[in-house]
Design a protein around this ligand. Structure first.
Ligand SMILES: NC(=O)c1ccc[n+]([C@@H]2O[C@H](COP(=O)([O-])OP(=O)(O)OC[C@H]3O[C@@H](n4cnc5c(N)ncnc54)[C@H](O)[C@@H]3O)[C@@H](O)[C@H]2O)c1
Length: 355
């Protein structure tokens, strides 16, 4: 079996490559990455050591993909500019050229040279307007979904695939949504075996988190390296909520999907930690304090950032009924594994998390 993971030196791509390698010593696994994300370069020796082939390449350039040797059974598209803030500085070229043009290049390559295409999309395809208008109850430590919701796709369980995707989103969300639409056309027109997973926040060991992407890792690392933090937006008390998915739970799902691609052709699934694995920033602080054993000062900025939303929780009903999959690993496990990784690699990670 030959697997190509684009963006495979990044957090999700590298962890998935290593898990494929762990479970299938015969598989030939290739990762292609342009190393745009700070920290991804640290994964290269780890991947090479485990027998994964690293190719320095850029998905914005079709010739980088065409230059790869041989055909592949699966292409997992895990490269991205994944920050919701990308482009707000007036420079949207990189996010659009990677997330949309690059994804299109991966699709062109997949049609010619691979058996199937898996796309890691995002919950950020959903509209910010309706997300901000969810009926929420303010509890002591978090916002909670109220029993009655008037937006389609919203329920106390979370958000399902019928939640609106219209404007406003972000360049990140819009580019991913546009790529999804083209993937579905490829599936329809060319019979490309494909599946789209709209993931919520993913976490675990190996994530080079920043304030604008990879929040769990950023929060844990800030506790570890004793860097001050800030609750930003929605009153500044840290009550905004997300659900957190362990990267290995995502891998478990990919195995189920790859075994059954014929029936999920171009289909879209919300995939996340779900209600049981959700937390507010305030609650994440308590967990980080408990696991890392430190306290840091946390400031408060009531003003909400442009693309921020008060709550996102995946309703996994569709993916659960289709594949019998549900996340197994708890939020506490995710935080604990992230903490252990930082502790074990403190010297290398200090320059990234606490330069
Ligand atoms: N981490 C999350 O919480 C999360 C949530 C939802 C969806 N996703 C999606 O999962 C995928 C992986 O995310 P991640 O968290 O691993 O991000 P990441 O930034 O750690 O990894 C992405 C990798 O893509 C590489 N890359 C960027 N531009 C490239 C280009 N033009 N050509 C080749 N490589 C390029 C980067 O160097 C990086 O190594 C992305 O598609 C992202 O949108 C992630």
């Amino acid at each position: 079996m030959r697997i190509l993971i684009t963006g495979g030196a990044g957090f999700v791509g590298a962890q998935i490559a290593r898990l494929f390698r762990r479970d299938n010593r015969q598989a030939q696994i290739f990762v292609l990455d342009n190393l745009k994300r700070r920290g991804s370069e640290l994964n290269i020796p780890i991947l090479k050591n485990e027998g994964v082939t690293f190719v320095h390449g850029d998905i914005r350039s079709l010739s980088d993909l065409d230059g790869l040797d041989g055909n592949f059974d699966y292409l997992i598209e895990a490269s991205a500019e994944p920050s919701v803030m990308a482009g707000i500085d007036g420079h949207s070229d990189y996010v659009l050229e990677t997330n949309l043009v690059g994804a299109l290049n991966c699709l062109k390559f997949a049609v010619k040279r691979t058996g199937a295409f898996v796309f890691l999309s995002t919950s950020r395809v959903y509209s910010i307007g309706p997300l901000r208008k969810l009926n929420l109850i303010e509890q002591a430590t978090r916002f909670e979904l109220a029993p009655f919701q008037d937006t389609p796709g919203a329920s106390p369980q979370g958000l399902n695939e019928s939640f609106p995707t219209h404007l406003p989103r972000s360049f990140y969300g819009a580019s991913k949504l546009a790529a999804e639409v083209i993937i579905q056309e490829y599936a329809e027109a060319y019979g490309l075996k494909s599946v789209i997973n709209r993931c919520s926040v993913i976490g675990g060991a190996g994530q080079f988190g920043k304030a604008d992407q990879g929040i769990l890792s950023f929060w844990v690392a800030s506790h570890y390296f004793k860097k001050p933090l800030q609750y930003t937006g929605f009153g500044g008390s840290g009550k905004q909520v997300r659900d957190f998915l362990h990267v290995e739970d995502l891998y478990d799902l990919l195995l189920l999907q790859l075994a059954d691609l014929n029936s999920c052709q171009g289909k879209t699934f919300n995939v996340g930690g779900g209600k049981n694995n959700s937390a507010s920033l305030f609650e994440l602080t308590a967990l980080a304090q408990k696991i890392v054993g430190t306290k840091v000062s946390i400031g408060s900025e009531p003003q909400t950032a442009l693309f921020d939303v008060p709550l996102y929780i995946s309703d996994n009903s569709h993916v659960t009924s289709r594949f019998g999959w549900a996340p197994k690993r708890t939020l506490e496990t995710i935080v604990d594994e992230n903490y252990r990784w930082i502790k074990e690699n403190e010297a290398a990670l200090k320059s990234i998390f606490a330069p």
